[in-house]
Design a protein around this ligand. Structure first.
Ligand SMILES: C[S@@+](CC[C@H](N)C(=O)[O-])C[C@H]1O[C@@H](n2cnc3c(N)ncnc32)[C@H](O)[C@@H]1O
Length: 189
């Protein structure tokens, strides 16, 4: 599947949920989704820990770059966002840090706000699943990084404090190779 337009399937839900047409994007990376959302009329608060990523996002119209570490408290007020996107950015952490990140997401998500995520699948063997030194179940050293890979049960665990609406296994194209991910959407409860 061409990955550039995956958000197209979620535009109606994002539209309905995004307060003031603003989306918080966690781990904006090269800004592909930031650009897509901007093109579709949203303002994007684009968070990343890397200055290089933020530099790219700062060139996107209607994007506000924020440098922050997901593993610490998010620099936003309670219930500040109606829509939060985290695509392939929640998988670098130990399970306890992952849980505190989810608690922070819950804190800044508005009532009935929408959370849309993509996470690495345990079938993502092209990108390190099941390989290298293991620190926790499905959590490995891959090159210079640590990466978590999710099975369906752990996606449900991850979103256990939310009202889960959809979970789907997808194979997407990343840098010319198949990448296996879980795509999930949930509402604040
Ligand atoms: C694989 S990229 C995904 C980028 C984009 N969301 C996408 O789907 O193409 C992961 C992004 O998460 C960011 N990231 C990794 N650890 C982070 C942390 N602790 N705090 C904030 N961002 C982090 C990386 O800098 C990178 O831009």
């Amino acid at each position: 599947m061409n990955d550039d337009r995956w958000l197209l399937n979620w535009l109606d839900e994002i539209n309905n949920a995004a307060t003031n047409a603003t989306v918080l994007e966690l781990g904006c990376g090269r800004g592909r989704d930031t650009k897509f959302l901007s093109t579709h009329g949203f303002q994007v608060v684009a968070l990343d820990c890397r200055r290089e990523s933020l530099y790219r996002c700062s060139h996107v119209r209607n994007a506000l770059p924020v440098q922050a570490d997901l593993a610490t408290n998010l620099p936003f007020a309670d219930h500040a966002f109606g829509a939060i996107l985290a695509s392939l950015s929640l998988h670098y952490f130990s399970w306890s840090i992952t849980q505190s990140i989810m608690a922070e997401i819950k804190r800044v998500l508005d009532r009935r706000g929408m959370l849309l995520i993509r996470v690495n699948s345990t079938e993502d063997t092209n990108y390190g699943a099941g390989q290298g030194p293991q620190f926790e179940e499905n959590y490995y050293r891959v090159g210079t990084q640590t990466k978590r890979f999710f099975d369906e049960a752990s996606v449900h665990d991850l979103l256990s404090e939310f009202d889960l609406q959809a979970v789907q296994h997808q194979t997407i194209d990343r840098y010319g190779k198949d990448k296996n991910v879980w795509e999930a959407m949930a509402y604040q409860v």
